[in-house]
Each structure stands twice: as C-alpha cells, then as structure tokens.
Design a protein around this ligand. Structure first.
Ligand code: FE
Length: 335
C-alpha cells in the first residue's frame, strides 16, 4: 500500500514538472524591452506562461536562429518592417501557423499568404514639416518630393535602412519602375545634407532649421510630440502623403513562429494575445503605433494622427522589389 502511494505521488510530481516546463515561450525580439514589457507582463499573468525574451538587432537574431538550427530555443521572432519578416521566411525559419483568430483579425494584406508571419501593429511613413517654411497645400504624395522647389530642403535617413527600402519597393509597385527611378534621381538632389542618423534625428534637424521636410515613421514623431514638454515641436506639422496612384505607405511590426519551436501552442497563444483588444491598446498608447485590427477605439491623442488614406498594397509583394529598390537608391546617389 505504501509503495502504491509513493508511486502515485512520484507520478504526480513528474506530471506537474512536465506541465510547468511546458508553460514557457521563448522570444527573440528586435523590438526594445520598453515597448514589450507591459505586453509580456500582462500575458504571463493572463495565461500563466513564462516568457523568456532576448533582445537584439533583427539581422543578428535572424542569423542566430539560422545558426542554431533545430537546437534553437526560439519559439517566436518579433521584429519590425515586413522586409525583415519576408527575409526570415525566405530563409525557411518560420513554420505555417493555422490560427483562425490570427487569420480573422488581421487583414490579409498585413499577414503572410502562407500563414508564416503576421502583422501585429501598423505604422505609416509620413512627412513632417516646419509650418513657417512649408504650407500643407504644397505637399501631396511621395512623388511630390522630387519637385525642384524642395532643393536642399529634405531630410531622410540612409538607404541602408529597411524603412526606406520598403517604401521604395512600394513605390515601384504603385508608380512603376521608370517613374520611381526618375523620382529617386531628383529626390536625392533635394537632400539638405548627406543622410545620417535615425528618424528622430531628421525631426530634430527640421526643428534646428537644417531642412524643412523630413520623411519619418509616424510613431517616432507622435511619441516625441507626446513628450514635448518644452514645446520644441510647436511649429512642426504632420502630412500623410497621398496622390492618385499611391496613398500613405503602411508597414507593420510583426512576428513569426520558428520552424523548430518546441512550444508552438504557447507561441500561438502569445501572438493571439498580441492582437487582443487589450494588447492592441498597449501598442497604441505606449508605442504610438496604430492597431492592426479595424474599429478599435484609440486615445484622442493618437486620433489626431489618424491616417487619412492608407495605401492598400499587399505587403506580401514588397519582397519582390526589395533588392531592386536598394540598387535603384544606390544608383541615384542615396547613401
Ligand atoms: Fe523604428
């Protein structure tokens, strides 16, 4: 009898141990901890799944997962810009995920056609400008930036940045090769200085008077504006570019589940959590990104920066043009 109970107790502990061990998900994140912490804490409490996360640059994480192969601990790659997700997919790092929650809640243009990556939040590549030196009616779509009127007045980061590559890829789709080539050669002649720094630096340069218009991702400006206690940005305005052929370029932050994931069910739960109303709200209020789900209520502050006309390009198509975009940018002298 004693032996029977001993065996029963041992079995119980083995089962409990295995169960506890399976309640984990390992994330390789190219998104900073400050952006993810609240989401992770909320998920851990809600699902009782422990989140282990390492942070690094997207390219380094992709390389790490490639090198680790089937021995990787990674269950999820979390990153920004569809070009990075597409490159991880091309390298065969993701597995196909069948989640009706993800499929139903994320518009198809913002998720992989083979269900290997999913967008989690939206961002727009927009113009910001100095209101004393530029009138909003002078601004139209992206193509307008090639006008010689803007000579030595434009600020943008370098062409090796993925945000610019994805934008140019989208332009090739919307305007065609020849028009985009022509645009690039004239646009680069309008630069106020050689590209340097990140998107925030371009905004600061407009404030400092180094140029009049900067091409930046929306959340950088919106966050700076939110924290602008000294009112340095008082004279800076936002323009959402659009014309007949191309509306405001939309990109995503997103994720995919790693081919060799050992905790796939937990990983799916994490992605499903990220598109819950609760998590989408954190993206909007903490990160100043736009919810990927339609019809969600957002704060009145973010509402002021609602995208008027989103470009409807399917992000699955961006990869096809990426290499060509980079080559064209180089040829046009965009360093
Ligand atoms: Fe960014």
């Amino acid at each position: 009898m004693k032996l029977f109970f001993l065996t029963l107790i041992t079995l119980f502990f083995i089962q409990a141990y295995c169960h506890a061990k399976s309640k984990v998900v390992n994330i390789y994140s190219a998104r900073q901890e400050v952006l993810m912490r609240e989401l992770i804490d909320n998920f851990e409490v809600k699902e009782n799944i422990k989140v282990n996360i390492i942070f690094s640059k997207a390219n380094q994480l992709i390389k790490k997962i490639e090198m680790e192969g089937e021995y990787t601990d990674a269950d999820i790659l979390l990153t920004v810009d569809v070009a990075r997700l597409l490159s991880a997919k091309k390298k065969g790092l993701f597995k196909t995920i069948n989640s009706s929650i993800l499929k139903n809640q994320i518009p198809s243009i913002y998720r992989d056609k083979d269900n290997q990556w999913y967008g989690m939040s939206l961002r727009a590549r927009i113009f910001i400008y100095h209101k004393d030196r530029v009138a909003d009616k002078e601004l139209k779509g992206y193509l307008g930036l090639m006008d010689s009127n803007w000579k030595s007045r434009l600020l943008v980061r370098s062409s090796n940045n993925v945000y610019n590559q994805s934008l140019v890829s989208a332009m090739i789709y919307n305007y065609g090769r020849e028009t985009t080539k022509d645009f690039l050669s004239r646009f680069t002649k309008n630069f106020a200085r050689n590209p340097s720094g990140g998107d925030r630096d371009q905004i600061r340069a407009v404030v400092a008077g180094e140029g009049d218009i900067a091409l930046v991702n929306s959340y950088y400006f919106i966050k700076m504006k939110k924290n602008d206690t000294e009112k340095k940005l008082n004279k800076i305005r936002v323009h959402f570019p659009f014309d007949e052929k191309m509306k405001t370029h939309i990109n995503i932050s997103g994720a995919g589940i790693i081919k060799y994931s050992k905790n796939t069910d937990n990983a799916i739960k994490f992605l499903e959590f990220l598109i819950s109303d609760e998590a989408q709200k954190v993206y909007a209020e903490k990160n100043f990104e736009y919810p990927i789900k339609e019809g969600l209520k957002i704060s009145s502050f973010l509402k002021k920066y609602s995208i008027q006309k989103k470009d409807s390009l399917d992000l699955n198509l961006i990869a096809d043009n990426n290499k060509e975009a980079l080559m064209m940018m180089g040829k046009a002298g965009w360093r």
